[in-house]
Design a protein around this ligand. Sequence first.
Ligand SMILES: *[C@@H]1O[C@H](CO)[C@@H](O)[C@H](O)[C@H]1NC(C)=O
Length: 234
Amino acid sequence: MWPILIGAILLTYVGCDQNKNIIYDDECYPSETTVSGTYAPSCTFCSGSLIFAEEFDEFNLQTWEHIFDPNKEGFYTLVNSRRNSFTEDGVLFLRPSISSDQCATCKTNPVVTAAIRTTKSFSFRYGRVEMRAKLPAGDWLTPALWLLPASSVQYGPWPSSGHISIMHSRGNRILLHNGKNIGIQSANAGLSYGISQQSALIQNQFSRINESGYNRDFHFYQLEWTPGNKYNKP
Ligand SMILES: *[C@@H]1O[C@H](CO)[C@@H](O)[C@H](O)[C@H]1NC(C)=O
């Protein structure tokens, strides 16, 4: 009785992809990934199926919410302006500008730039993420792709609830620390959490070097996040 029942469940199991098309697949096993958000699949999906993709053929501002932070202390201000964030030929550009070029008399941080997130449209736990990106070169630039908790209430505000850095780098063409190049030749990844910003614990932090620089061409940045394990391959 039991083997027949289990066999029947496996044969009738179906999944769906990110466009909510039903996939019938003999090899479909329920994924361990859980999702939420307005662009997340609302049906069950198979282990290994694509559940979210963005080719940036257009800039969908329903998917991508700008982090708007006009009063941020520091040297940059985050804005939602097509001067600083736009798509062109299937590429998303995040481009900083000098704020004095826009308003000479404004009392504002010297640099204006953009950061976008999918907090409301798509969040997930466990799975594989791949990003193809070409990093910007130049002093003061800090490109990054992070996973942050969709809600920070679980253990408290950043960094208590943790963050996973799939990629972070520095744009400096020449920046040495203990003889090692830590600028645009270095792509870094890792998992951080801690009880306060001052004492953020860094775990599993590592770098990969490309001597010609990560600004020269597009590279793949990948994360595999599984229930028991987490590792990055920049
Ligand atoms: C470094 O990046 C370039 C592209 O910018 C690529 O052709 C080259 O293979 C990379 N080198 C290594 C060691 O990964």
